[in-house]
Design a protein around this ligand. Structure first.
Ligand code: SAH
Ligand code: HSM
Length: 503
């Protein structure tokens, strides 16, 4: 717009400051450099805020005024098949060092041709010639760079190739003195270089070699418990287990015991016992008057303590004798074998614990061998159709390296039972988890939930930005979650497997 004040013609132009926290100042300037109110076209006023959802986490990316992620000047957008920004690649022949907002630079300090700048231009190795063609030396340098990278990768692979002797993971049979006081199943993820599968944003995977600084969440008992507790608050996991216990389990419980007046129960990985006590109360309803021996196998001192507190608050449980085994399932197994125990069990349950053993199939087989006639073993894990299944199929090799199985679903257990010709019944329990907080950068609860989802300690702080962005993108993908009323709801479907005594 232009106007005349006291006979002098002026033009008016919008000026913008640099982006800071996705906001910037915008003002109107007259051609005599005086900042004015009014004069510029209001319709043409540049935006002062920018929003992008999900946030632009890729290197060299930023949120554009139109609300989508774009690349900084000097970089070109490469999009995923889903239309999101995949990554920013350097645009050949463009000076990438000028990162600041172009408008800001030209608007505020518009330097004329200076000697220093001419000198700089003379001495800069410019990759593009005056004819606009990329110079030959650029190709030569690129080829050389490629050869050097190839050499480094080969060297790294040869030096760091995983071998039994170079593993920094503790050997599986050596008890650890970590959070779980002598746990043989829970092992560290090493910081050593490892061969991992690198999944492209949503699926296709290629093998690369990289160093993983990631640690397993179960190494930190107190953070594990905090995140598990929050997970229970944000999910319907315990509610859907309770539905199963009240609606389906009673018939299964009715079939055990063969009229005995005393029943033996074993709970493996009982946690704080909330679910175990509900099972025991249904058992009592189906077998009034029985007494029960209940072996609790739980390696976490804190959880075992919580369980004991819960029991002490329920005098009606006096028909049960509790034996507290502060140990892992493999320690329990060893103890059982060493003591040559002949006692048989009428009911055994392993609820959400097989992730933490080295060999889930062997663990199932051992506990199944303890069943008495008419005895039942029930296993609950996340189902292969859940978001967990998709997450693990895509990222398990990048998320962790440990000797525990960690990423096992009921689908895996069923396949292994099928291959051994073992029969079973199975059920699916629909369940959800609200993961909306995971998408707010720096949100403490979101980070705890992300730790639980990935089983990685301090995932947001220790994973590479690419891995974090990839996991977040997958978590909100329709294969894992649905979105409704602004909430992201993760599919937490559980699977139940019921086994009889082996015939
Ligand atoms: N069954 C409970 C707790 C599930 S959380 C529930 O569903 O609410 C998993 C539990 O398994 C934790 O309490 C953890 O301490 C326990 N655990 C971890 N490693 C274990 C192992 N190797 N053997 C047995 N239990 C284990
Ligand atoms: N952390 C593995 C998945 C899970 N555990 C769900 C309990 N509930």
């Amino acid at each position: 717009m232009s106007s005349s004040i006291q006979g002098k013609c002026h033009s008016y132009q919008w000026r913008t400051g640099g982006w800071s926290n996705n906001e910037r100042v915008v003002w109107c300037q007259r051609s005599d450099a005086v900042n004015v109110t009014g004069g510029c076209f209001p319709q043409k006023r540049p935006t002062t805020v920018r929003h992008c959802h999900p946030p632009c986490a890729k290197p060299f990316s930023h949120c554009t005024p139109s609300g989508v992620c774009g690349c900084e000047r000097g970089y070109t957008e490469v999009m995923t098949t889903h239309g999101f920004l995949d990554y920013c690649t350097r645009t050949p022949g463009v000076d990438n060092h000028k990162k600041a907002d172009v408008k800001t630079n030209s608007g505020r300090l518009k330097p004329g041709p200076s000697q220093a700048r001419d000198l700089f231009n003379e001495w800069t190795l410019r990759p593009v010639g005056p004819d606009g063609r990329v110079k030959l030396w650029v190709y030569a340098v690129t080829a050389l760079g490629f050869i050097v990278i190839l050499f480094i990768v080969t060297l790294t692979f040869l030096v760091c190739k995983p071998s039994k002797t170079t593993k920094t993971c503790p050997p599986p049979q050596k008890p650890l003195t970590l959070a779980y006081d002598g746990d043989m199943d829970m092992l560290h993820i090493s910081d050593r270089p490892q061969t991992v599968r690198d999944a492209d944003s949503l699926g296709s995977a290629r093998h690369i070699t990289m160093a993983s600084p990631l640690k397993c969440l179960v190494e930190d008992d107190s953070r594990y418990l905090k995140s598990f507790q929050l997970f229970l608050e944000r999910s319907s996991e315990h509610q859907c287990m309770q539905d199963f216990i009240h609606n389906t389990l009673p018939d299964i419980l009715a079939s055990i015991g063969g009229g005995k007046s005393h029943l033996n129960v074993i709970g493996v990985g009982s946690g704080a016992g909330e679910i175990d006590l509900q099972i025991l109360s249904e058992l009592r309803k189906k077998h009034p008057g029985v007494t029960v021996d209940n072996e609790v196998v739980e390696p976490s001192s804190q959880q075992l303590h919580n369980y004991k507190v819960l029991v002490s608050q329920k005098p009606e449980l006096d028909f049960i004798k509790f034996s507290w085994n502060k140990m892992t399932s493999s320690e329990f197994e060893e103890h059982w074998k060493v003591k040559k125990m002949t006692k048989k069990a009428d009911f055994i349950h392993m609820i959400q614990m097989l992730y933490y053993v080295k060999d889930p199939a062997a663990t199932v087989s051992f506990f199944q061998s303890l069943l008495d006639k008419n005895g039942k073993l029930i296993i609950i894990l996340v189902s292969e159709v859940s978001g967990w299944g998709k997450l693990w199929r895509t990222y398990r090799h990048q998320l962790s390296y440990s000797e525990i199985s960690q990423c096992v679903t009921t689908g895996d257990i069923k396949s292994s039972l099928d291959s051994e010709g073992v029969s079973y019944q199975s059920y699916e329990l629909p369940s959800q988890m609200d993961i909306t907080e995971c998408f707010t950068d720096g949100d403490e609860k979101g980070e705890l939930l992300l730790d639980f989802l990935t089983e990685v300690l301090d995932f947001s702080k220790t994973a590479s930005p690419e891995l974090r962005a990839g996991v977040l993108e997958l978590l909100r993908h329709p294969d894992c979650s649905t979105e409704s009323n602004g909430r992201v709801i993760f599919n937490n479907t559980l699977g139940v497997i019921v086994l009889d005594q082996l015939s």
